[in-house]
Each structure stands twice: as C-alpha cells, then as structure tokens.
Write a protein that binds this ligand. Structure first.
Ligand SMILES: [Mg+2]
Length: 385
C-alpha cells in the first residue's frame, strides 16, 4: 500500500509552463575597471517556472554574452524535460537536463541550466513555506559577512575615493582590482594599504592578468602588505599552475568563479590549490551544484565565498540562501556600484551595499528565495533584437 507521503507526492506540485526573460542593461562604464577590461552593459537570463497550482519559481543564469541564445536553449531543449515534472525531483532533473548537452559542458548552457535549477529550489521552498536555507539545512545565520567589491584598477584618485566611500559604508574587508605589470600592481596595492591604514582588511583580484612567475612575485608582495587573499592571478584552465603557485605562495589563493559544476571545482579543491572557492550560483549549475562545491570544499578545509559580479537580485538571493546554509561560508561579494539587474529586478533590493548592517547583509527569510520579482522591471530591462 502506498504511504501517505507517496500519495502527497503524487498529488504534488507540477511544472506547467516555462517563461524566459533575456535581460541587458547599461552600467556606468568607468566605475569597475578590471584587468579584463571595462563593461558598458551587463546581461543575464531570468527563468520563470509556472506550476499547476499557480506559483512562479524564479531563477537567474549568468549568460553574460548571449541572453537570447540562453533563453532559446531553455525553451527549446530544457522545457520539454521540465513540463509535467515535480520540482522536488531536482536530482533527477539536473542530470537529465545536462544530458541534453552531449559531452563535457560548461559555458552558456550550464549557466542557463543554473537558472532553471534556482527556480526549482524557489518552488520547493515556496511550496513548503520555508526559505531555501532551511531546506538545505541552516546554520541559523540571519545575517552574513560581506565584503566590498571591487576597488577599480582605473585612476588612483578614483580607487582612493572608493576606499573612503566603502569604509564609510561600514565594510571591514575591501577587494582591490589589480593588473599587469607586477610593479604597478604592487605599487597600487601598497598605496591602498597605506590609505586604509588598518581600518579594514584588503584582498586582491587580478582577473587572470599574470603568468605563474609574475603571480609568485605578486603573491609575495601582497603577503608582506597583509592582504587576505589573491584571487584569480592566472587563467582558470591552468590547474597545475594553481597547484605550483599554492605550494610557493605565502598568501591564500581564491578562484572558482570561472568554473562549472562540482566536477569542475574538484581539482582545485582536492589539491588544496585554493584556500577559498568562489563558485557563482548563476554559472556553476545552480543551488544543487553550488551546494555540492561548498560541501566538497568543507571536507577539504577550504572556505566558500559566493561570487556575485554583475549578476542580478535572484543570483544575490540564491547566494545569500547558500551563505546561510553552508558551514564553511566565509564572506559574500557585495558589489558597491549601481547595477539595475540587482537593484531593480525585485521590489526590495537584495545584496546591495545600501542594505549593509554593521558590515553584514540580511538573508531573505520569506519562502523560497524570499524575494518578490518586479515583472514591470523585467519587461523594461528585456534585451531587444
Ligand atoms: Mg573575481
């Protein structure tokens, strides 16, 4: 005889339809210069899963350079596997969706899949009336530590002003963008450390600007200046380079924002090449895979620090839910500049520096992601063409 639970599953939630919202918005071009360049606009893909009982689950995929292509992939390839499915069966749906991409995959398709996965978790939380961090098993954190990201690699006067603004906001950890050559990077790092003068801790992000030899010189210099970590000093593909660097580097290394899935993160973590793993929930494979990455890291005594970058409010909410659940969470990347994707996507801004309380951000406590998506704003920000 089927159990009562079995019967309630049978009668449970089903996905009825899927909508996609490819978004592109302009951002202030000079505020966030990095070693990888400037960005005049940012994009994201928002996915809405509609259920037969009238709920909407929301997800976001990073899909920075092709939101319409990501939307087409979701509608044409993933949607047929999702319509009629039970959102609670995420561990069946995830590999089934991944199989639509033959061979080893990453890039746009896993970013689009990430959006679907986050929406599935939103539906699970909503249907039980609990925030996602409680579904995952919570640490009980209602607020999480956040750091300011990121002090520009543009002119020094701009960088110094950003330092002062972020200290005034109450940040206790500031991330600094650095680029080649090493001499310029170290001069900048020293100038900013002098200005901060013990009022906060600093860390640095090089956005792949160096080879291993120069990264070693940079790591030594930053350690002398007491920087907390050095992020992505070399290209993400150079796993052996990270291993060598970690063996000789006196400073913590951080990476992972450029990688996909737990299998992609495995080598950096298992070799202890990084002290901090930084998956982006809107890129890595959603909450399902990011939880796996953070758990794997926990087993190897590696910290988990969610990557946010230019993502929107749904990514911020999903990252805050994970931050409240993962025991090895370290600090949340709080972007301090205006980004309409983050500031307008929901009725209440999520993960914004303006919402900082004593250097920490509040974890949304409503059901699912704990947000209310603003459909008018989505329509307004939809990518044309
Ligand atoms: Mg980075």
């Amino acid at each position: 005889m089927p159990s009562a639970y079995h019967n309630s599953y049978e009668a449970g939630l089903r996905i009825r339809d899927i909508r996609t919202y490819p978004l592109t918005v302009p951002i202030a071009p000079d505020i966030q210069k990095t070693a990888a360049g400037n960005f005049a606009e940012v994009s994201a893909l928002v996915v809405e899963l509609l259920t037969d009982d009238g709920r909407s689950g929301w997800g976001e995929g990073l899909v920075r350079f092709g939101p319409q292509a990501g939307a087409a992939f979701v509608r044409q390839v993933l949607a047929p596997k999702l319509v009629g499915a039970d959102p609670f069966e995420v561990e069946r749906l995830w590999p089934e969706m991944a199989r639509s991409v033959s061979g080893r995959s990453g890039g746009l398709v896993i970013e689009a899949l990430s959006a679907v996965d986050i929406a599935l978790w939103d539906l699970m939380g909503q249907s039980l009336g609990v925030p996602i961090h409680r579904l995952l098993g919570s640490t009980g954190r209602t607020h999480v530590a956040a750091y300011a990201s990121a002090i520009s690699w543009g002119p020094l006067e701009i960088a110094l002003q950003q330092v002062e603004d972020n200290l005034a906001h109450g940040f206790r950890l500031l991330k600094v963008k650095l680029g080649a050559p090493v001499e310029a990077a170290l001069a900048r790092a020293a100038a900013l450390a002098e200005r901060v003068n013990g009022r906060a801790r600093l860390c640095a992000d090089a956005n792949w600007a160096f080879d291993v030899a120069d990264a070693q010189r940079l790591a030594r210099g930053l350690a002398e200046l007491d920087y907390y970590w050095l992020e992505e000093p070399i290209v993400p593909e150079d796993i052996e380079g990270y291993r060598r660097l970690a063996a000789s580097s006196p400073i913590r290394l951080a990476a992972g924002e450029s990688d996909f899935t737990a299998r992609g993160a495995k080598d950096l973590i298992a070799a202890r090449s990084v002290s901090i793993i930084q998956p982006d929930v809107a890129r890595s494979g959603g909450i399902t895979e990011t939880r796996r990455i953070a758990s794997l890291a926990h087993a190897f005594h590696v910290h988990y620090a969610p990557h946010m970058g230019f993502s929107g409010a749904i990514c911020a909410a999903a990252s805050l839910q994970l931050a409240a659940a993962m025991p090895n969470f370290l600090t949340f990347e709080c972007m301090f500049f205006d980004n309409p994707l983050r500031d307008r996507m929901t009725r209440e801004p999520v993960g914004s520096a303006r919402r900082l309380e004593g250097g920490e951000l509040r974890v949304p406590q409503g059901p699912g992601l704990g947000i209310e998506v603003d459909r008018h704003a989505l329509k307004d920000m939809e990518a044309r063409g």
